[in-house]
Write a protein of this length. Sequence first.
Length: 290
Amino acid sequence: MAFVNEDNLTDLAVRRWATARPDRLAELMTALVRHVHEFAREVRLTEEEWAAAMEWLAATGRISDDKRQEFILGSDVLGLSTLVVQLNNRFSEKATPATVLGPFHIDGSPTVGSGHDMSDGLPGTPLFVSGTVTDTEGRPVPGAVLDVWQADAEGTYEAQLPDVDEARLRAKYRTGEDGTYCVRTIAPRGYSIPMDGPVGELIRRTGISHYRPAHIHFLIDEPGYARLITHLFQQGADYLESDVVFGTKDALIVPFTEHGAGPAPDGGRIDEPYLHAEFDFVLDRRPEAP
Ligand code: BEZ
Ligand code: FE
């Protein structure tokens, strides 16, 4: 074997990793080696910078557990999570675009009836979100389950509150025969990503924004359709253009229109002013298995 010098090192490492099995692992690892070496050469990485990066990775591992995944947060703020969503969810242009899942989805939310108030009396401005779920030809998808979750009016999620052990601001709604749905909740507030770990420490050094704009998450996973994980963002909210996780898409920005007390979108009445967001979700067909 050839011994190592600056010129042949990348080739040697790529050739060694090319022997990995299975083939896909070899493909991933050889590309990683090439790009990481190229990065170090391009920025002329110093030994101090390399050591700081290793320490940052170790700290990211130390703070992560089954409840906190700091590496995913790191991937989010680098735009990698959104890129992976983009590469793997190339829906028809007619379909609702996908965006990041985020760390606050909880399995097993309660199934509730149309118009149910998932805020359960929490303080905040009442908000109705209503519309349809259809396929790309405009045909209603009856019985589709919309798994919905959001932060409260202070920008806090249930998982961030140690004393809460019941579902809070999350529920599953089902579309009717005509594909319509109606969620009742309170308006969420934009919020900062967790800043008490290595990702926060890195962001703080840069002065880039660490906020997400006000949004509500939706997951619709219907048999026969591509799974849709997406958000709706409040039009005019702060941070729409600087979303720290690059999740905001034009097609997902919706006006939250103001209404006075009176008839409500769920067919009933409401005795206080409220907001109403109307949005029609469009599901793509599930891609054929290769
Ligand atoms: C969220 O929207 O819940 C979220 C997404 C990525 C990172 C942090 C939070
Ligand atoms: Fe969120």
